[in-house]
Design a protein around this ligand. Structure first.
Ligand code: PLP
Length: 491
């Protein structure tokens, strides 16, 4: 493809992307293709002779788009939001156009300098303390691929710090603390690093939030047995129910355990702190006072296209002590002088994507005001959904709505005290049937979870195009499906 052919194909691609967004709400949310569908359409080996690009572009429409689940669809309420924006799409195009692995300052000064700057913008947007800013020269922020990478890097840094301060500690005694509600990233970090993971129990009456007392007892038990808990992965906004671990209580406990690194995973919920009214509920003060590292994904609820996981650390030296490997071919004058950030020492790989460009485009184009307006709008849409559940006679919230997430299930309200309550088992089987009906549809997407044995359904709002009318349509649909599930149910 030469430059003029690229120009033509590029214009066509943008036109087709616009058509995609215009037609999005008329498409099914979920792809209904069967496993292996693509093999029926594509050859099993790459072509020997190059093909005409128009044919390739048309095949994308013909074979790939039908196999996509449309996360930007206004009736997508599954998993977590991935609200991408046109600003982000354009930034990705520019970023990929120079295909620049910008791993240290010298290899592409703009990549490092923009990342350092916009990470400070993002930190200030969320209300993070000046200690986390790149401009502090001590703490700092970087863009990672995912919250799982951010957690893994934090565990690696915490382990290295622990080993520096406890040179006699044996690797097999080190323990990563999570809770039963922590995302699988905790277990995965343990798996990758060959470290034990202890998932602390949380209770439904505490809304699945980790209590200080649970942590204190576990620390005492483990330390008595010679175990070395060295990091706690706390969560602000768990995946299943949006639970927020009790950071004030945790802070009081870790005063007596200063070697415990606190990583706060706020993968989907953290961007809510851009609005001052959400900061207390997300324990921003405590994050600022004692978290060693904090992560939120702007690629989830933060209007930035995947991937843009923002990770801040209170002390960048803990990252670089753990991750700096500098062979002669990577040395540079500025790196040696320590006058620049070399982001290659802040993550696992060498090369880095130029992710800061999309964060910069989005934050400038929306402004803090526009960003906050979007967050507030989605929280209000979730409240609209939660209000509907609260007034339903057959559906109930399992936990109070958390920011943009509601967790609910069929639980018919009892009309009289004589009416016998259904057992958890019965309700679970009814709700499995209900969820089976919802997931068989292609015009809406919700995901399920189990909270301490209770089968529930999650409703996560956040697609940039979701309006009040889509919430209303979802309420009507869920009400009808719930009634049909109850009618079809045989206890
Ligand atoms: N942490 C929480 C609380 C999440 O909800 C999720 C995604 O569902 C993750 C981590 C995983 O994020 P990532 O795919 O960026 O690793």
């Amino acid at each position: 493809m030469d430059i003029e052919q690229f120009r033509k194909a590029g214009y066509q691609a943008i036109d087709r992307i616009c058509d995609y967004y215009y037609s999005l709400q008329n498409r099914p949310v979920i792809s209904k293709v069967e496993p292996g569908y693509l093999k029926q359409h594509l050859p099993l080996t790459a072509p020997e002779k190059g093909e005409d690009f128009q044919v390739i572009a048309d095949d994308y429409q013909k074979f790939i788009v039908p196999g996509l689940t449309h996360w930007q669809h206004p009736s997508f309420f599954g998993y977590f939001p991935t609200a991408c924006t046109f600003e982000g799409i354009i930034a990705e195009l520019y970023a990929t156009s120079t295909s620049n692995p910008g791993f240290n300052w010298t290899s592409s000064p703009a990549c490092t300098e923009l990342e350092a700057l916009v990470m400070d913008w993002a930190a200030q947007l969320l209300g993070l303390s000046a200690a986390f800013l790149n401009s502090s020269g001590i703490g700092g922020g970087s863009l990672q691929t995912t919250a799982s990478d951010s957690a893994l890097i934090s565990v690696v840094a915490a382990r290295s710090l622990y080993q520096q301060t406890h040179p006699d500690a044996k690797l097999e005694d080190l323990v990563i603390y999570t809770t039963t509600q922590t995302h699988s990233l905790g277990l995965k970090a343990g798996l990758v690093l060959g470290l034990s993971v202890r998932a602390l129990e949380v209770k439904s009456e505490d809304r699945f939030s980790l209590k200080g007392e649970t942590l204190r007892i576990a620390l005492e038990e483990d330390e008595k047995q010679g175990k070395k808990p060295f990091i706690l992965i706390a969560t602000v906004g768990t995946t299943s129910s949006g639970a927020i671990d009790n950071l004030p209580e945790i802070k009081a406990v870790v005063k007596d355990h200063p070697s415990l690194w606190i990583h706060v995973d706020a993968a989907w919920a953290g961007v809510a702190m851009s609005c001052p009214e959400n900061r207390e509920k997300c324990f921003l003060n405590e994050i600022n006072e004692f978290a060693n590292s904090f992560c939120t994904n702007f690629h989830k609820w933060g209007l930035v296209n995947f991937d843009a996981s923002t990770l801040w650390v209170r002390n960048r030296k803990h990252l670089t002590d753990a991750l700096d490997v500098t062979p002669p071919f990577l040395r540079s004058t500025h790196g040696d002088a320590g006058t620049v950030i070399d982001y290659r020492n802040w993550h696992l790989a060498l090369g880095r994507r130029f992710r800061s460009l999309k964060l910069w485009f989005v934050l400038r184009s929306f402004g803090a005001e526009g960003f906050r307006a979007y967050i507030r709008r989605t929280i209000a849409l979730n409240q609209q959904f939660a209000d509907f559940i609260a007034t339903s006679d057959i559906l109930s919230l399992v936990t109070p709505p958390s920011l943009a997430l509601s967790v609910f299930r069929i639980e018919p309200k009892r009309n009289s005290p004589d009416q016998v309550a259904l057992s958890t088992e019965s309700l679970n089987s009814l709700n499995r049937l209900f969820y089976g009906r919802i997931s068989a549809r292609d015009d809406i997407l919700l995901t399920q979870t189990v909270l301490n044995g209770v089968h529930c359904i999650r409703f996560a709002v956040g697609a940039a195009r979701t309006e009040s009318s889509h919430i209303q349509a979802a309420c009507d649909l869920l009400h009808t499906e719930a009634k049909l599930a109850i009618e079809a149910w045989e206890p």
